[in-house]
Design a protein around this ligand. Structure first.
Ligand SMILES: [Zn+2]
Length: 307
């Protein structure tokens, strides 16, 4: 891709959303910078460069990383961490298997002895990325089914999987004392989400997961989101979980009605509006259409999920 002003603006907006796109190496090289660190609360912050938002905790007692983006960006991330602490990473947690959250594991594994994730996350990562000799993978060596806790001294981690949602192996993780929760890709804040049916996504499960998480955590919780319409929206509150839930509910309601009206997938996908949805931006052309298609497939395919 030739870097023209138009392309640069396009690339910058994609970076801001951290959205997974093929062939973004050129963009990454162009804007690669370890300057994407932002503190959220106490010793906890986020790192944004390319791919899903990395969450981090750095104290004298422990260093924890949530998600790993890509190998190249994980290097920049570690360089930034080394400027803040001499400690090695105590633990890396993967919120789910998607490559923009796990490809950096291969680099981070040399700095940590523990990689933790939901058990389905590992299976899905092996299934979708495990057979490419050009892209070696590093997998979680600590897994759990429902919930998991880990003591960090003054801080404590709590991870929870409620059900299949964005994928078949999502888990959210809370820094308990600071009350910060990384939601992985359960929230695409104010932007159309990636719906991965082969990866075990369940739209009804997604609604359930968000409601249970919003109820479990408190109004004071600060949430970190995997993707957002802009970098300032990569963190938020309980209301953002409900906004995401309301979007998926509106999408399912609309597509269900259209199916009952006898519409084909192509006709549903051509809809210009989803009733009730006003503040969701299309970060990449075609995302709304893709959401309509995936919802149609989800509602018309009576295929039992493999997880
Ligand atoms: Zn994802």
């Amino acid at each position: 891709m030739k870097i023209t002003r138009k392309n640069f603006i396009k690339a910058s907006s994609l970076i801001a959303g951290g959205f997974l796109l093929p062939n973004t190496n050129v963009i990454a090289k162009f804007i690669a910078s370890p300057s994407g660190f932002r503190i959220i609360r106490d010793n906890i912050g986020i790192y944004t460069e390319r791919g899903g938002t990395i969450g981090w905790f750095i104290s004298d007692d422990a260093v924890v990383v949530v998600d790993s983006q890509y190998e190249e960006t994980a290097k920049n991330f570690v360089r930034g961490v080394k400027q803040k602490t001499q400690r090695n990473i105590d633990l890396l947690f993967n919120t789910h298997h998607h490559g923009d959250h796990t490809n950096g594991n291969i680099y981070l594994k040399d700095f940590t002895s523990i990689i933790a994730a939901h058990e389905n996350c590992v299976e899905l990562q092996k299934k979708f990325y495990g057979n490419n000799p050009d892209k070696p993978q590093a997998y979680a060596n600590v897994t759990f089914r429902d919930e998991w806790t880990f003591d960090l001294g003054k801080e404590k981690l709590y991870a929870k999987h409620y059900c299949a949602a964005h994928t078949g192996g999502d888990a959210v993780i809370q820094f308990v004392n600071s009350n910060v929760v990384h939601m992985g890709d359960l929230v695409f804040n104010k932007t159309f989400p990636f719906i991965d049916l082969p990866g075990g996504a369940s739209l009804n499960g997604w609604i359930e997961f968000l409601e249970k998480a919003a109820t479990h955590f408190s109004k004071d919780t600060i949430y970190i989101f995997g993707h957002a319409a802009s970098t300032d929206l990569l963190t938020g509150s309980q209301k953002d979980l409900y906004c995401m839930r309301d979007y998926i509910t509106a999408l399912l309601d609309f597509v269900s009605k259209e199916i009952k009206n006898g519409k084909t997938k192509e006709e549903v996908a051509a809809s210009t509006e989803i009733p009730g949805v006003v503040d969701i931006k299309e970060q990449r052309e075609g995302m709304k259409k893709m959401n309509l298609e995936r919802a149609y497939e989800y509602l018309t395919t009576k295929q039992a999920p493999s997880f």
